[in-house]
Design a protein around this ligand. Structure first.
Ligand SMILES: C[S@@+](CC[C@H](N)C(=O)[O-])C[C@H]1O[C@@H](n2cnc3c(N)ncnc32)[C@H](O)[C@@H]1O
Length: 214
């Protein structure tokens, strides 16, 4: 079997634009993440990290309008403001906080506050966009996962929707940074102390992975 599938003309024609999960299917993937969550209510505090303009938080909030507290963490202040305004409309009675902070950079993130953390397409893209080597990317990922573990209350869950490396992605620690495959990402979750790790949804390169703290 070749380790360069893109060089095979039949394989190439089959996979040219079909490997990735595809933006047109994104609502389906986000819905699956929503369906995998436990029920959320007035006593819950959801912290959505890398909230962007609030797409994932809005999907969750629309289905759990009695959510007690919501914290949006997003370094881009314009996006964060849009997310805050969007979520305040959906959850007029909830306690909503917006923090312009980032994972993995020693920011003063909340500690032991969340009953649940959601991460929508943040870990793999930001690791890749950070540049450098795979070792550099892993340093950032590990610091970010440590931040997430610290944000969670005891027994709380983190749910992450991520887009993995393509199966043909190669490269070890000194090579350019790349996304991780399923086993590598799962190992990183274990490494930072998460337990009961499970892939609750997968479609091609798109996965929903969950884990909890002790
Ligand atoms: C692909 S977007 C996803 C946004 C949103 N979660 C969603 O599902 O639509 C990734 C977001 O992560 C944010 N981000 C970048 N670096 C970050 C970091 N170190 N910590 C947290 N968020 C970060 C980006 O600004 C961007 O808004």
């Amino acid at each position: 079997m070749t380790d360069k599938p893109w060089e095979h003309p039949d394989w190439y024609d089959l996979h040219d634009t079909t490997w990735t999960a595809g933006p047109e299917r994104e609502p389906e993937h986000y819905l699956e993440m929503l369906l995998a969550l436990p029920p959320l209510d007035a006593r819950d505090h959801l912290i959505d990290v890398g909230a962007g303009t609030g797409k994932l938080a809005a999907i969750i909030a629309n289905s759990y309008p009695r959510l007690g507290r919501l914290t949006l963490i997003e370094p881009n202040e314009d996006k964060l403001e849009r997310a805050r305004l969007r979520l305040e409309k959906i959850l007029p009675h909830s306690d909503i906080r917006a923090l312009a902070m980032r994972l993995g950079e020693n920011d003063a993130l909340p500690k032991s506050e969340a009953t649940i953390v959601s991460i929508g397409s943040v870990l793999m893209p930001m690791m890749e966009l950070g540049g450098g080597t795979l070792a550099d990317g892993l340093r950032w990922l590990r610091a970010s996962l440590a931040d997430i573990v610290a944000i969670l209350k005891p027994s709380a869950w983190v749910y992450a929707i991520e887009t993995l490396a393509a199966p043909w992605a190669r490269g070890s620690l000194d090579d350019p940074v790349r996304r991780l495959n399923m086993i590598e990402l799962t190992d990183e979750f274990y490494r930072e102390g998460l337990q009961a790790i499970e892939c609750v949804y997968r479609f091609r390169d798109r996965v929903v992975l969950r884990g909890k703290v002790a």
